[in-house]
Design a protein around this ligand. Structure first.
Ligand code: ATP
Ligand code: MG
Ligand code: ZN
Length: 321
């Protein structure tokens, strides 16, 4: 019998050990086993809040499910989980009476779409979560290790704005995740997205592509598209960073009511310009995911200060700020 390496273990036998190292090691194995059954993992992120990450995550997951793929949707926005509301899901883990294969069943939107959000774990959804980095890291690891995702074609991961603990944990735990970076056309948002793309470089997260949301406004009266802000910035930025541009969709008031009512609008298949534009984005996501190279990409060797790519020369290294 091998000796346990955990200093906190008084037993000395690995089999009986409940030490922290052994728990982490077991969890690593569970994560590996869970992720091994998931083909494409897409992290929806943005440097900026309110640009439509959760809207895109939800509608993308549902569109892919509607196309017949087996999809998981994981909400790692732990302080502001929105996914349950956007899908009208009210299930609570306390109602679960039986595990599946020893794992916790996720919420189910339909046969093809499984969903996990912190709200599922909360008795009162209006409670606030006051957690720091390590707890968030652990929660996200449990979302992967303890949930019965089964075989999936896509796992879509909705993240909070910025490049904090949540996207960091996803990047370090899911090595083959790809980032879908959401922006809006204003220069201030584009500047934040440039930061997101640099973050991807730093943590070796492959970029699936850039998506421009709220690109113009479709007038409900004459159905003409009006450019509220400048447009085309997302496409130019994708070109600057040599990543794919996945498409743009306009502002459409139906998107807001769909999100509030738990009936995702962009995936519903109507004939509005926003729905048609979103379908083209989903086509591009499928194409990009299918053609993605197997191994991580943008960065080169690790920087000793921030454990990221060689393109980090200290000055822009997150660990130096
Ligand atoms: N194309 C669109 N047209 C109209 N409204 C939109 C569009 N995209 C998103 N919205 C609305 O904008 C608001 C913010 O969207 P959402 O919550 O998806 O952004 P987010 O980036 O996830 O925000 P946060 O950073 O707070 O997580 C929501 O009310 C949503 O319905
Ligand atoms: Mg959100
Ligand atoms: Zn008009």
């Amino acid at each position: 019998m091998s000796k346990c390496s955990s200093s906190s273990c008084g037993d000395g036998k690995a089999s009986a050990c409940g030490g922290a190292d052994a728990v982490i090691a077991r969890q690593d194995l569970a994560i590996e086993s869970s992720l091994g059954r998931i083909r494409h993992k897409i992290l929806v992120m943005s440097g900026k809040g309110g640009v439509g990450k959760s809207t895109v995550s939800t509608n993308l997951a549902l569109s892919l499910a509607n196309r017949g793929y087996r999809v998981g949707l994981m909400d790692v926005d732990l302080h502001g989980p929105d996914i349950s509301r956007m899908l009208g899901l009210t299930q609570c883990i306390s109602e679960v009476t039986e595990k599946e294969d020893g794992l916790v069943p996720p919420m189910r939107y339909n046969d093809n779409l499984k969903v996990i959000s912190l709200e599922y774990m909360m008795e009162n959804r209006d409670d606030t979560v006051i957690w720091r980095g390590p707890m968030k890291n652990q929660a996200i690891r449990q979302f992967i290790a303890d949930i019965n995702w089964g075989d999936l074609d896509y796992l879509i991961i909705d993240s909070p704005p910025g490049t904090g603990d949540e996207p960091m944990t996803v990047a370090s735990t899911i090595k083959d995740a790809m980032a879908l970076v959401v922006t809006t056309p204003q220069e201030i948002s584009l500047a934040d997205v440039r930061k997101s793309l640099n973050f991807c470089k730093h943590v070796n997260l492959q970029v699936l592509g850039v998506f421009e949301n709220m690109s113009g406004f479709v007038c409900p009266h004459c159905h003409e598209t009006v450019d509220l802000f400048k447009s085309g910035g997302g496409e130019r930025m994708a070109a600057d960073f040599a990543v794919a541009f996945l498409g743009a969709i306009p502002v459409d008031p139906m998107v807001v009511s769909g999100g509030d009512d738990g009936a995702p609008y962009l995936a519903a298949g109507g004939d509005s310009p926003a729905v048609a534009a979103f379908a083209a984005v989903v086509d591009n996501v499928e194409k990009q995911a299918a053609s993605a190279p197997a191994s991580p990409p943008m960065g080169e060797e690790a920087c000793s200060a921030c454990a990221s790519s060689a393109s980090c020369s200290g000055g822009s290294c997150p660990s130096s700020s």
